[in-house]
Write a protein that binds this ligand. Structure first.
Ligand code: ZN
Length: 300
């Protein structure tokens, strides 16, 4: 069991965007960067919009648009403060871009961060690293990313033919990502999935969404849980219809197969998992039923 030990500071001044979990080997904070609304066309490309609407209504979704949460894990372990992904940054204010304010509320200054691990190189995960004035927001942090992710976006011949997103959009995204790489320069440290990044954090290469997309196994004593990153972007559609996918997937079919495999595996094992874009605070588990799969949020 994870003990949800809210600190006295948080108790006396509750901050809705911060959760604190205490383990023997580290403290884990989950911090929200806020929610961002996405166009319905980003989801289930090729599926009639009425079918998408009906599926969401069947699962009692009251909202007509997709509001994507951004849940960020921060580990405080000895002299290290390690964060997974960095949110949307200044550009997304006021609805998102709340990471730094929430870190301050939790008693963490940007300069305290020693390491930031990117699950993949999409702007909703890296924009929080660079300010509007092109300064590093976390000046002392090394930035870790899978080698395959870096190589793919750096390649001017990158294969965009397996995505449902038009190649023109992906090429402008690629320029944005390459600009980001140029900004973080010497801070970047590339890893492979074969070795643990830290003693409690093991990458799992899960390509499809992007070629170097990683999930992470987090080990806390005898427990482990999995950060699933962007395998799922919502708690309804991609669980009920994992093959419907999103336009964000670089290899649409591989992303769908990866998603399906993860659903089967984690529903069977009842593994506690975490999603960057799943309902706050991001923890939960997957259940299999007659209709497919369901996400169950863990609010504790
Ligand atoms: Zn994302």
């Amino acid at each position: 069991m994870i003990n949800n030990l809210e600190t006295s500071a948080i108790k006396s001044n509750p901050t809705p965007g911060i959760k604190n979990y205490h383990f023997e080997s580290f403290n884990l904070l989950v911090v929200t960067d806020g929610d961002v609304e996405y166009d319905n066309d980003c989801f289930a490309p090729g599926i009639p919009s009425m079918e998408l609407k009906q599926l969401r209504e069947k699962h009692s979704s009251l909202s007509t648009h997709f509001m994507l949460p951004h849940n960020i894990m921060v580990f405080v372990s000895g002299d290290k403060t390690i964060m997974i992904d960095a949110g949307n940054g200044d550009k997304a204010k006021p609805d998102a871009g709340k990471l730094v304010d929430n870190l301050h509320a939790a008693g963490i200054k940007p300069a305290d961060l020693t390491d930031i691990v990117l699950t993949h190189a999409h702007p909703d995960h890296f924009n929080g690293l660079i300010s509007n004035s092109c300064q590093l927001v976390f000046p002392n942090a090394k930035i870790h990313m899978h080698q395959k992710e870096f190589d793919f976006w750096q390649d001017d011949q990158a294969d965009f033919s397996k995505s449902k997103n038009p190649a023109d959009s992906l090429r402008s995204l690629q320029l944005e990502i390459q600009f980001f790489f140029s900004q973080i320069g010497g801070k970047l440290q590339l890893f492979s999935a074969d070795e643990p990044l830290f003693d409690f954090l093991q990458p799992i290469l899960t390509p499809g969404h992007t070629p170097g997309h990683c999930m992470f196994t987090i080990t806390a004593g005898s427990e482990k849980f999995i950060h699933m990153a962007d395998i799922f972007h919502d708690e309804i559609v991609l669980f009920a219809k994992p093959e419907w996918g999103t336009i964000f997937d670089i290899d649409f079919d591989l992303a769908a197969r990866t998603r399906q495999t993860i659903l089967e595996e984690f529903a069977a094992s009842k593994q506690r998992v975490f999603g960057y874009h799943l309902p706050w605070p991001g923890f939960g588990h997957i259940e299999k039923n007659n209709d497919g799969f369901t996400w169950v949020t863990d609010l504790t």
